[in-house]
Write a protein that binds this ligand. Structure first.
Ligand code: PGA
Length: 253
């Protein structure tokens, strides 16, 4: 089974409106055909409407977070339905920065995953271990639990509509990338968990990205592995040329 590669930029809390628009104009005509590689920009919520309006044929726009409820008295929050109504196609869920600073838990990740899929938005479900866990040699146990909890009560049919991002916390924004072997090994373990939950065919189709200090220099080696299907990229996604280099590297996958 050939999984279509996916490169998703996570802009985090960077850029002004003008920067965001300049970026989208710069990459629109340049990114490869979306049938060959999916190019996604996950932007701050306030830019989403403008970016969706201007996205080219081959670029898709994602949010960086959402609430799991359909609606309600949740000041400051945005629902999956609201994102959908603006044409947003992806949403990052459970990023470690949200887990660390904003109280995201495995339980809310699970609820958000279900809410996103119900609105036909592709969730990019983030999991990953802190440095102590990597050093203690218990990464697989921790990541396995994160995946099992994220996919609780999720049907096989819905699991197929999700993307996983393995992002070791020690590699995010640090310049210390996991080696291709380390990343691939953990991603194979994630695929095993999905196989246990949903069987071989589903596990074989779900895209699993690597994230954590991916850049134009290390992307090819990461993508040359058996199970890494793309990347979730912070810092190196901010510059249009850097983003384009990453996306083009995925053409060789
Ligand atoms: P980084 O961020 O590429 O800047 O390490 C990755 C992420 O947080 O998704």
């Amino acid at each position: 089974m050939k999984r279509r590669p996916l490169i998703a930029g996570n802009w985090k809390m960077y850029k002004t409106k003008d920067d965001a628009l300049a970026f989208i104009y710069a990459v629109n005509q340049e990114v490869p055909d979306k049938e060959l590689v999916e190019s996604v920009i996950c932007a701050p919520a306030i830019f989403l409407r403008d970016l969706v309006k201007r996205e080219g044929e081959n670029v898709r726009i994602g949010a960086q977070n959402m609430h799991y409820a359909a609606e309600g008295a949740y000041t400051g929050e945005i629902s999956a339905g609201m994102l959908k109504s603006y044409g947003v196609d992806y949403v990052v869920i459970g990023h470690s920065e949200r887990r660390q600073y904003f109280g995201e838990t495995d339980e809310t990740v699970n609820l958000k995953l279900i809410a996103a899929v119900n609105q036909d938005i592709t969730p990019i479900v983030c999991v990953g271990e802190p440095l102590e866990i990597r050093e203690a040699g218990t990464t697989n146990t921790v990541v396995r639990k994160q995946i099992e909890k994220a996919y609780l009560n999720v049907t096989a049919q819905d699991a197929l509509k999700t993307v996983v991002a393995y992002e070791p916390i020690w590699a995010i924004g640090t310049g210390v990338t996991a080696t291709p072997e380390q990343a691939n090994e953990t991603i194979i373990e994630i695929r095993r968990v999905l196989e246990k939950l949903y069987g071989h065919d589903v596990a074989d189709q779900v895209r699993i990205l690597y994230g954590g200090s991916v850049n134009t220099k290390n992307v090819e080696a990461l993508l040359a592995t058996s199970d890494i299907d793309g990347a979730l990229v912070g810092g190196a996604s901010l510059d249009p040329n850097s983003f384009l280099t990453l996306v083009r590297a995925a053409l060789n996958k």
